[in-house]
Write a new protein. Sequence first.
Length: 319
Amino acid sequence: MKKSALIRSLLEDTAKPHQEHRGQLLLTSLLYPKAEEMLLPLSQSMVSEPQELIHDIRVACRRWVEALDLVAVMVRPKAYQQARRFAQRLRKALSQGREAEVLHGNFTVMIRRQPTDAESIHAIKSILSKANRASLAELRATYPPKRLLKVAKETIRMARKYQKDLGWREIIGPHIFVRTTEASRLVPLMSEPDLSDAHHDLRVALKRLRYSAEITHSVFSGSIDESVPLRDLKKLQDNLGELQDSHDLYRFLSSPEVIDAVAASSLTTLQAKAKEQVDRHYSAAAITVKSLAPPVLGQLQRIAGKVGQLERPADGPVS
């Protein structure tokens, strides 16, 4: 049996509840789709052009972690921690190559607007290409087929090992409220242009909130009189992502490896252009966050409260 077929069969077997408990049904319906998104693409070949596949799996890893966090109160702590650690390590391994790819793309766009000498361009792109190749080689070595199959067996079947028989009403409302609170605490820090780490933390918090909302909104969308502002969450996340990418490019152009490889006169010009991009993206992100974040987060907190107040008969598996 091919690896992808075996992983699919494991997933499908896991998706069949062995007991008609609402906790079993809830875990299966929340975890199974996210595990499928993460593991099935990994069963494909990563030898021919992997960058888009890598991006998809990175996103799937984040969604899987958010689904795990959502149901953490229901599953055994050891199983939860093991599954979460695997997904985070995998995402980190995937990120190394993806970050080099994003830097390459952003650098290419920048030099179209700010031409520089061919020798400097070649040196910088060579550094990025080398980093990308090295990360892909490490990824293939670290996650061979046997390991992926083992993970499929150990982590996806955790849905059978739950410790609390809860319904979605009892976990979704509190989880969404916690995620909105985490993001709300970071919003005021956008007024400080030098707090790039805090801006990154806000982006991560909004990303987690968005994933939680996407995973769960179909469950309660017909039960309350408010819609989930997914589009606004994505706009906030995208603006902060552009800011983070501009910071990453500026830091890369200021790294010792680039300084040693590129002529000082050319590098100074490139660094100045990169800093202009940071300032421009910061201004755009700060305006968007100031105007959009408070109403969006307030709306999501109201939704969390309403979900928590729904009558128990509304509980059921995620559709």
